[in-house]
Design a protein around this ligand. Structure first.
Ligand SMILES: Cc1cc2nc3c(=O)[nH]c(=O)nc-3n(C[C@H](O)[C@H](O)[C@H](O)COP(=O)(O)O)c2cc1C
Length: 133
């Protein structure tokens, strides 16, 4: 059964652009190799992430991510089984001034949430909207 966890967190004080790039790129690379799919965004000191995959893998990865010293205040938004096959690949992004108010990107992010049940999807979309606008 596929499973998903979604959280927001606060990047560590003084995190550099290079460190952020490293987190985004490494996560995308690792996750694509391990059939973990979802979305990781960084915007103005905060991370937003959805990880999706085989239940045990997702839980293990989440525990590892939570211990990572490059962020704190990890707040879980949901943890749930999902009703459709997986997301189509992993996407990590830096939300910059130009990304904001970009409806095409928002559409792309929303596409990754299609696998969630409608109620959860709506809740996540609300957070996502607040996150990137
Ligand atoms: C905000 C944030 C999100 C992360 N997301 C992932 C992820 O999706 N996949 C991943 O493999 N590592 C992710 N990491 C990195 C892990 O915390 C960890 O450093 C990495 O998996 C390597 O672990 P290891 O050194 O124990 O092998 C993330 C780190 C942070 C700070």
């Amino acid at each position: 059964m596929r499973y998903a966890i979604c959280y927001v967190s606060t990047a560590k004080e003084g995190i550099s652009d290079q460190e952020i790039e490293e987190i985004l790129n490494n996560s995308e690379e690792n996750n694509n190799k391990k059939d973990i799919t979802g979305l990781l965004l960084y915007s103005e000191g905060n991370f937003f992430q959805v990880i999706e995959g085989v239940k045990e893998d997702v839980k293990t990865l989440y525990e590892r991510i939570k211990r990572d010293k490059r962020h704190s205040n990890v707040i879980k938004l949901f943890e749930t089984s999902i009703h459709k096959p997986s997301f189509d690949g992993y996407r990590s992004d830096l939300v910059t001034e130009t990304t904001k108010f970009n409806p095409v990107k928002m559409q792309d992010y929303r596409h990754h949430l299609e696998v969630l049940d409608p109620k959860t999807k709506q809740a996540v979309e609300n957070v996502l909207r607040a996150f990137i606008y």
